[in-house]
Write a new protein. Sequence first.
Length: 114
Amino acid sequence: MELQAKEHGDALVVTVIDDRIDAAVAIQFKDRMREISETPHQRVVVDMSRVDFLDSSGLGAVVSFMKYLGPERRLELAGLTPTVAKVFRLTRMDSVFTLHDSINGAVAPGATAA
């Protein structure tokens, strides 16, 4: 599971390089996200624009990471592809997560959810 992280203002931006978050990589995703987010940022924004497939294990890993961050830190998702966005809509997770159309919109000053 390849992830790239960089700071952008008050946010830690994590780009998922892989095109799938599924049962084969869900545990790796969760573990890598925990490692990357050890630095204290109020917001963690995950750029998922390269992810074409997300199964229930992948969704569970994203939810688990959100819980790991706790209530004092926010997890936001950006750039969901149509297939991944559909998973979030069907499971109603789109009402749980802050979603942005793009990573640029997520890190723009005064950014709000899409």
